[in-house]
Design a protein around this ligand. Structure first.
Ligand SMILES: CC(C)(COP(=O)(O)OP(=O)(O)OC[C@H]1O[C@@H](n2cnc3c(N)ncnc32)[C@H](O)[C@@H]1OP(=O)(O)O)[C@@H](O)C(=O)NCCC(=O)NCCS
Length: 131
């Protein structure tokens, strides 16, 4: 299986290409802490047929490498819902560390929900994609 990220006609998104088929997309959005603390926040959404096949964590590892290659930021972060076990595990496999709970970070189905924040720093170990 060959996983690649391909440009699409949308800012800050790349298509996840699996053996020549569109499997979903990844996104990257710039943010800033303080005066010079630029970072990127990434996201990933695959079509259901591609879930649980080792694509999500690899796509997010590839995207993180892409961000560090193209911008002089020190930090890439990603948030997810506490119950999204697949994304939490995918981020850990992609070399991210869990940082903590973001309280009341999104309003969904009529209520405020907590999130969990993960990050990878430029000098953190790069995961082996062939594992
Ligand atoms: C979340 C998502 C990107 C994860 O990608 P994926 O390709 O399905 O996950 P992977 O196959 O890379 O698996 C990564 C890890 O999660 C585990 N995992 C995958 N699906 C799982 C599930 N439904 N429940 C529990 N663990 C799961 C895998 O076993 C693997 O861990 P392991 O190696 O320790 O066993 C993908 O499922 C998806 O697009 N879901 C819908 C959109 C979404 O939730 N996006 C994130 C929004 S914050």
């Amino acid at each position: 299986m060959k996983i690649r990220l391909r440009p699409i006609r949308a800012d800050e998104r790349l298509m996840v290409d699996v053996d020549g088929e569109a499997a979903g997309f990844v996104s990257y959005l710039k943010g800033r802490y303080g005066i010079r603390g630029d970072y990127y926040e990434i996201g990933c959404a695959l079509l259901p047929a591609y879930w649980g096949r080792g694509i999500g964590w690899r796509a997010q590892a590839l995207l993180t490498a892409y961000v560090f290659d193209h911008w002089p930021v020190q930090r890439v972060q990603a948030g997810t819902q506490p119950e999204n076990v697949a994304e939490r595990k995918a981020l850990l496999k992609a070399g991210f560390r869990e940082e903590g709970v973001i309280r009341a970070s999104e309003f969904q189905a009529g209520q405020w929900r907590d999130g969990v924040l993960f990050s990878r720093l430029r000098d953190d170990p790069y995961p082996e994609l062939s594992n």
